[in-house]
Design a protein around this ligand. Sequence first.
Ligand code: SDX
Length: 439
Amino acid sequence: MSDNANDASGNEFVTLKDNSTGKTYDFPLIPGSTGPKVIDVRTLYRDTGYFTYDPGYTSTGSCQSELTYIDGEEGILLHRGYPIEELAEQSNFLELCYLLLNGDLPSKDERAKFEKTITYHTMIHEQLMNLFRGFRRDAHPMAIMVGVVGALSSFYHDSTDINDPVQRMIASHRLIAKMPTMAAMAYKYSVGQPFMYPKNNLNYAENFLHMMFSVPAEDYVASPAVARAMDRIFLLHADHEQNASTSTVRMAGSSGANPFACIAAGIASLWGPSHGGANEAVLDMLGQIPSKDQVGIFVEKAKDPNDPFRLMGFGHRVYKNFDPRAIVLKESCDEVLAELGVDDEPLLGIAMELERIAREDEYFIERKLFPNVDFYSGIILKALGFPTSMFTVLFALARTVGWIAQWKEMIEDPSQKIGRPRQLYNGPTQRPYVPLDKR
Ligand code: SDX
């Protein structure tokens, strides 16, 4: 691309010069409200006969969005303009859900009404319980969640007309409200305990902890500090621009698919250890390190290109500075461990030693590999009593609002089209079929 210039109407554009033909092509340069501008290449193939090539989409904007802004160099994360640090300190998960779905913070009445709406959608259809019983007891809870959330598409026919804004909002409310119930049921099923029903007198985080850890014989009552930590973990995981699972939901939704099925697709993508599955992988990794003094051995393994071992919870496609969520989580980690009287947690000591060594090591500094959201979340979740197999389920529970808000934004975008990328073809060129007796 050559220099920027302005066209007659003053709009910026960039010029592509095809040296093989000597032809030049102008493409509009579109600014956002902040962050990098985009080169609008929608006419590139029509004008030049060429595709762009960007596996992993490292330099590709897939959509316009007003939900979440990330500045990876500065470690900034904004939801509808509000910094994640201020939301974590002063807001709560349901208020952030309202913000993401509606565009601004709710009034006192709007917030109370929204909380009541979510509360009264927390139960699931009684027949869905039968579906849980079809899984093996040792099924990974994420496998159960993919199945059960997808099955919601067979229950709610009154909220799947994606062209009806009222039904889109009902489907959004149902998903936000029912994810904790189904997540807790996936856990209860895996440990052979009876399902616990939601209680309307509990707030979102308290209700989830109740459904997770109460049994018919005895209620679990979360302390305010534990419930606050749970709520903050949900808030920090709510949305994160066009990550792999969100892009999966958008792609699935771009064909007009059932919203519940689209969220199930997002859960499937999040499960991978390079994405949401990393929080579980961090705990497994820390569990492999016998003591603080052996951390250096594992850092060397992570640097060895021939060793598949990676420092899980480190690195990020966008953040080339600290993940601001990791900073908040690290503070919460200290608070929760102190509140629970487990501040001598050896895993925390190993994690902090790992972070110290990695941050002084040229390999990590050169590649700008910092702790991400998954590095500390697992330690808090372990301290709260969750098995590692539930960590990614909690990530999916929280990210559901991001997925459904991004899906809703896409459906409501007048320029929205079905997603259909092209390719660089390297296969055999045309050749005649060879009959079996001639092979
Ligand atoms: C999430 O996109 C999002 O926003 C995701 C997320 C969200 O909220 O939705 O933030 C949540 O998924 C956080 C990331 C969780 N994943 C992990 O912690 C897994 C470990 N991290 C890596 O797998 C990796 O860092 C990724 C997948 C997160 C990012 O990979 P990229 O951007 O494709 O970068 P890369 O794999 O090309 O790595 C660049 C270099 C490579 O070395 P070189 O080939 O240049 O020599 O850094 C190295 C990599 O080998 N590298 C690591 C490393 N991460 C990258 N080396 C050791 N340990 C690591 N963790």
